[in-house]
Design a protein around this ligand. Structure first.
Ligand code: UDX
Length: 438
């Protein structure tokens, strides 16, 4: 058992802290936000994530997990995970490192010789080396490692307890050997289950994360670029994706064409990566990511154009039902959500928009209070001239087109996620249109 502190109890940190307690470690989660701390300590989760409430409750019950806003609780513990956010800077592509810097500055005075500080946040390459220096200046005996996190929202618990791989960015020499041994102890259970491990230097570990997210974003924008060509030529992007996905070198996953990627990671991470490459004089190498970003943003505009097209040239005054606001299903996260962006564009362009989402309504209301919110898909669609499916929650995929058809004014549906069966909806009398399909 290792005595651990987790600094930053947002999405990444809260799940990491609870999962480390589940692995048998003694964990304190530390966050400056006292309300968040109080909520977690009472077993209430500040965001929606499947399985997390159960893991949190169980961990609290064992007594191996506590939360506090007092950084001195890190004193005497031997491994300190830094899990704070690195959001995009306002009006810039670069990542805002203020939270990481503040966390390490606040933690350093409580470190003892031999302690291990483990960065998990997604950071520009070069950060770990800089922070290692900063830590050493305050506590020369402490070691820093970089251990990027690859968890997906909606699968955060599973991805933390059963990751695809571990990546350790380690310092050279004895410090690196000691850091690796300590991390191996912390992750003993998943390592014993055969989780692959790549142990490398700081810069490579930092770049693994940026490269992985860039590759995923590229895969999505690639298929969305194909969707544009399919739209221009009358081809079907879903069949195209199935066919190329059978090639095991390509693979079918992350080839779902539609509204594109959003969320708190992929969009800001590819932008921060471009910004950092620019600083390093390698901007040409990542120039393609600008194109990946713009293909992605074009999908949102295309969705609104398609709505206008099926409404006979104008959406002004049309009753539009929007199903889904979260950036993906099984999440209440609306950061950079393509669905919310399309709903807002439609509203700004004069449509009468009623939106709904199983989990994200409260978050959406905070930034778009003047959209009209409904509890259910049925409530949103009553009297609608047009239905937009923008986040593919299971309950929307399972809608019965016949019953649903009886509550709308016009049976017109745009499938922004290629999640519905066109034949079933057309058979029920709907005009069905989707991105990248004839
Ligand atoms: C992502 C990475 O997957 C994860 O490894 C990293 O740690 C954080 O960023 P996440 O943002 O939770 O995770 O969501 P992900 O499942 O990757 O989806 C990102 C976006 O891409 C969503 O908006 C999703 O709807 C979209 N997407 C995904 C597609 O449009 N098509 C696809 O085929 C897959």
């Amino acid at each position: 058992m290792t005595s651990i502190s987790v600094i930053g109890c947002g999405y990444l940190g809260a799940v990491h802290a609870a999962c480390m307690a589940q692995l048998g470690h003694d964990v304190v989660g530390i966050d400056v936000d006292e309300r968040k701390v109080a909520s977690l300590q009472e077993g209430r989760t500040p965001f929606y994530e499947p399985d997390f409430p159960e893991v949190l409750t169980r961990a609290l019950e064992t007594g191996r997990l506590t939360f506090t806003s007092d950084m001195s609780a890190a004193r005497g513990r031997s491994v300190h995970f830094v899990c704070v956010g690195t959001p995009q800077k306002r009006n810039e592509y670069a990542a805002d490192m203020a939270y990481v810097d503040a966390a390490v500055t606040a933690l350093a005075p409580f470190l003892s010789p031999g302690d291990l500080v483990v960065g998990k946040s997604t950071v520009p390459v070069g950060t770990a080396a800089r922070l290692a220096e900063q830590v050493r200046e305050v506590q020369p005996g402490a070691i820093l490692a970089w251990n990027p996190e690859f968890l997906r929202e909606g699968f955060a618990v599973q991805d933390t307890l059963h990751p695809d791989r571990f990546v350790y960015g380690l310092p050279a020499g004895d410090d690196g050997v000691a850091a690796r041994a300590r991390l191996d102890e912390v992750y003993a259970t998943p390592l014993a289950a055969g989780t692959p491990l790549v142990a490398t230097d700081y810069a490579t570990a930092e770049l693994v994360k940026a490269a992985a997210n860039s590759f995923l974003a590229t895969k999505i924008s690639f298929i969305n670029a194909m969707a544009e060509v399919c739209e221009a030529s009358g081809a079907d992007v879903t069949q195209l994706a199935d066919a190329i996905g059978h090639d095991t070198r390509i693979g079918r996953r992350f080839l779902n064409a539609g509204l594109g990627f959003g969320g708190g990671c992929l969009p800001k991470d590819i932008r921060a990566f471009m910004a950092r490459a620019g600083e390093l004089g390698a901007d040409q190498a990542l120039a393609f990511l600008r194109e990946i970003d713009s293909i992605n943003m074009r999908r949102r505009v295309r969705m609104v154009d398609l709505a206008r097209e099926v409404c006979g040239g104008s959406i002004v005054g049309r009753r539009v039902a929007v199903l889904g606001l979260a950036f993906k299903p099984d999440s209440d996260d609306i950061r950079d959500s393509p669905a919310l962006n399309v709903a807002a564009q439609m509203r700004l362009q004069g449509a009468s928009v009623v939106v709904t989402d199983p989990k994200a309504v409260e978050n959406a209301q905070r930034i778009w209070p003047d959209l009209t919110y409904a509890e259910t898909a049925e409530e949103a669609a009553t009297g609608a001239d047009l239905v937009l499916l923008l986040t593919e929650w299971k309950q929307y995929r399972d809608l019965d087109p016949t019953a649903f058809g009886s509550i709308v004014t016009q049976r017109r549906i745009l499938d922004g996620r290629n999640a519905l069966d066109p034949a079933a909806w057309r058979a029920a009398g709907w005009t069905y249109r989707a991105l990248g399909r004839p």
